[in-house]
Design a protein around this ligand. Sequence first.
Ligand SMILES: Cc1cc2nc3c(=O)[nH]c(=O)nc-3n(C[C@H](O)[C@H](O)[C@H](O)COP(=O)(O)OP(=O)(O)OC[C@H]3O[C@@H](n4cnc5c(N)ncnc54)[C@H](O)[C@@H]3O)c2cc1C
Length: 440
Amino acid sequence: MVDKIAGPRRVVIVGSGFAGFTCARRLCRILGRANEDTEVVLVTPTDYHLYTPLLPDVAGGLIDPRFVAISLTDTLPRVKLVIGKVEAVDLPGKTLTVVGDGQPTELSWDRLVLTPGSVTRLFDVPGLTEHARGLKTIAEAVYLREHFLRQLELADYETDPAIRQARRTAVVVGASYAGTELIAQLRALGDAYAERRGYDPSEIRFLLLDTADRVMPEVGDRLGDKALSVLRDRGIDIRLQTSLKELNDHEVVLTDGTVVPAHTVAWVTGVTGAPLLAGLDLPMERGRLVVDTSLRVPAHPDVFAGGDAAAVPDITNPGKITPPTAQHAIRQGKALARNVAASLGVGVAKPYRHRDMGLVVDLGPRFAVANPLGLHLSGFPAKAITRAYHTFAVSRGVNRWAITLSYLTNVVTPRPLSTLGLVDSGEASFSGSEGIPEHH
Ligand SMILES: Cc1cc2nc3c(=O)[nH]c(=O)nc-3n(C[C@H](O)[C@H](O)[C@H](O)COP(=O)(O)OP(=O)(O)OC[C@H]3O[C@@H](n4cnc5c(N)ncnc54)[C@H](O)[C@@H]3O)c2cc1C
């Protein structure tokens, strides 16, 4: 049965990431101020908004996973939450199907906002989906941390030196900012563990791979080179123009033929549009939905899209689309709210325009790089800006407080080293946690 409403109109937003969450929050405010009686519904598989930029800190055990999960009940009290996944959209009929814990539900909509984000981009590497894990969800971040720690624990009483070394080796594939932040945090976690157990941290081996010829192209050559040298000084083996050929549960084979015994492998090589998009039969560009500068889907005036899921034209950079970053997704969320409200007769629509403000990249203890507004910062100033930026950007006071306390606690005591075993390997798999179909 279709859940239709007789009275007010309904806006349905798909996904509670940066774009969907910001859109829902802003739209309620705009409509509330105008006394406009429109229902705002948010369909989301989780009852929280995830602050993904701090997932490397969760994987490194610096921050508790709850602190990066912003409760929707607390932050969006006027939004109707439907917990589940949109499985199908009937564009002419203006309905969609949500699958949650119970029976599938059909929802009608007057305006549809598609912000289902992105998932890890996978390649045909034998063994990848079975033995590597991504870093897009809490389950993946928690699993990576606990799996790595467990390997270190098992290594301590392993008598075969080759197996011990394999357990004490972690490989991260993808040296853009997310992969590089991850390996820096795993290094810090490994160091803390080795110091507590009384052995030399250099016995834990870290390998960072990328097909590109530099790390973090997003921050430019100067900061990329600086990061490369600091990470190499920390004993991270960085192999550029190299990737994975295949892997199994105890070793990886690199594209240059080198075999590296390793029990922990993270795959952080970039993203592609959420699986939902492929079934919509709408024009796509590079795995993202085509939209105009007002974030409208062409030929469907009641359908809008933004964030990682949409190929938004970059007015400040003609011919290009905006990169898949939270920086853009948040601002597109605001533009979506404004333009959806305008389509309901409240306010005026505006094209989306945002000039990139640069990036902050936290690279573990006492180091970061950042290029805010074209400045090139590294070391302590970058660290201070990075921490301040993230803490400020988290959209709920109590989460901000908890994150700040975690950072302060880490100044006086090492990060926690125990595991709870709450996420199993299947739950943290690309299909189990990100919903990527098995045969992608
Ligand atoms: C480890 C990591 C670090 C990052 N660091 C930074 C950074 O420092 N700075 C920066 O600017 N960006 C960063 N990013 C990128 C940033 O996270 C993304 O660009 C941003 O999350 C995109 O927001 P979004 O709302 O489009 O999508 P998402 O945040 O991916 O949210 C999409 C939401 O839609 C939901 N969804 C998906 N399918 C469905 C469906 N069928 N039905 C209902 N809901 C659905 C998902 O569960 C999710 O909640 C980082 C990303 C990662 C993974």
